[in-house]
Design a protein around this ligand. Structure first.
Ligand code: NAG
Ligand code: NAG
Ligand code: NAG
Ligand code: NAG
Length: 379
């Protein structure tokens, strides 16, 4: 009777483990934070320290397990808080709040009211500290107030309505600048143009905005806004899934400039921009960056992607593909017995050489358990 749900949940667990994703963010002092990488959280400090040294282990109690799918992190620059979505597979609607000043975590319960945490893209508005998300073709907002710790009264997503454009088969790509949300890769919008939602007036501009200069493709990708020392963002980066180039869109001049694509071409990579850098977290755990400074042609022309060495030495990237569910279940099928042993070994040790294999081992061990349960159920 209860064999079926048990099996189903085990297989869900396999899928979730296979997609478990760390995430990157900056704090308001532009220290680079990496959460859930090799099971730990890291502070890599400011950009000048990335080429050498070792990131600081900031793993502490109250943190989410970072076992969710498509985990995303956001910086509230005004309040110096990092908000995490999908950080805990068992509480997909919760927003986890990290307070960098006190190195403390809290969990904010959130009522979804139609918002689907398994299907959305979102931005955190700079000035209002309000999330806007496009989820299942509907716009929602979530007001974070001035929270640097969870509010016991709870929060709720609010329905804004449908965008002015068709969202059929649209996998949203959202970027924030000047309190405007820029939607890229919208169906029937030409390359180099974006649809715009004006946050303060809750208004969709009727026509797409065109940008001169380099033409970014009408393709799915990742977008992230560059911060200013203070005040709203004026530029955002767009990296198409094929990683062929990095586009920087300036919404003051409405121009696009193109830069080299990341060294690691990875459609599953995530990005986070600071004031003077664009950072990539690849799905194998490698963290790379492109120095970039708004209006500084000399810096930008000389810029090349490099590794954040301090993270690589603290949490060595996996040498295998660990993110696709196919590779997760394939390795489990091959050696389900061996997987259990190696996962036991890695939990006993915090050595970085073991951390290298821990993600694969965890996935394989869970898959092995699921396969064992399957065998049991078939008896
Ligand atoms: C994660 O993202 C992928 C790709 O966008 C999507 O297919 C999948 O449904 C998402 N899963 C969850 C649980 O959010
Ligand atoms: C938090 O709690 C207080 C007191 O219950 C409430 O007034 C406030 O609106 C809540 N929400 C936010 C986002 O601060
Ligand atoms: C740039 O685009 C925005 C959004 O459509 C528009 O409000 C603004 O007037 C444009 N600026 C210039 C200089 O064209
Ligand atoms: C990871 O997977 C991709 C696509 O399946 C493949 O092209 C790439 O060579 C793999 N990388 C490693 C390090 O195995």
């Amino acid at each position: 009777m209860f064999r079926l749900p048990t099996l189903a949940s085990l297989f869900l667990l396999v899928l979730e483990a296979a997609h478990a994703s760390p995430c990157i963010a900056f704090d308001a002092n532009f220290n680079l934070l990496v959460f859930g990488l090799d099971g730990k959280d890291w502070n890599a400090g400011t950009q000048d320290t990335w080429p050498s040294g070792s990131a600081k282990d900031i793993t502490t109690s109250g943190r989410p397990p970072f076992d969710g799918s498509n985990t995303t992190c956001y910086l509230s620059q005004f309040y110096n808080a990092v908000y995490v979505m999908n950080g805990d597979a068992s509480q997909p609607s919760a927003v986890h709040i990290y307070n960098p000043a006190s190195s403390s975590w809290s969990t904010q319960p959130v009522t979804t009211a139609g918002f689907n945490p398994a299907n959305f893209d979102a931005i955190l508005d700079h000035d209002t500290n309000v999330f806007y998300a496009l989820s299942n073709g509907e716009m929602y907002f979530l007001d974070m107030g001035s929270l640097t710790a969870a509010n016991s009264s709870g929060l709720t997503w609010n329905d804004v309505g449908k965008p002015s454009f068709s969202t059929d088969n649209y996998k949203p790509v959202m970027a924030l600048a000047q309190n405007h949300i820029h939607f890229l890769d919208v169906p029937n919008v030409p390359a180099g143009s974006a649809q715009i939602f004006v946050i303060h007036f809750s208004y969709f501009q009727p026509d797409a905005q065109a940008y001169s200069g380099a033409t970014f493709p009408a393709a799915h990708g990742q977008a992230t806004s560059f911060f200013q020392e203070s005040g709203v963002q004026q530029e955002f980066a767009f990296i198409p899934d094929d990683g062929s180039a990095t586009y920087v869109i300036n919404v003051e001049t409405n121009t696009t400039t193109s830069f080299p694509g990341p060294s690691i071409k990875d459609a599953a990579a995530t990005y986070f921009a600071g004031i003077t850098s664009l950072v990539q977290l690849a799905s194998d755990g490698t963290v790379s960056y492109l120095p970039y400074k708004q209006g500084d042609t000399q810096t930008n022309q000389a810029a090349a992607w490099g590794k954040v060495t301090s993270i690589a030495s603290a949490a060595p990237p996996s040498s295998h593909n660990s993110t696709s569910s196919a590779s997760g279940s394939a390795s489990a099928t091959k050696s389900s017995a061996g997987a259990k042993a190696s996962s036991g070994a890695s939990t006993n040790s915090d050595q970085s050489s073991d951390a290298r294999v821990s993600r694969e081992a965890r996935i394989a061990a869970i898959a092995a358990t699921a396969l064992a349960a399957l065998g049991f159920a078939l008896l």
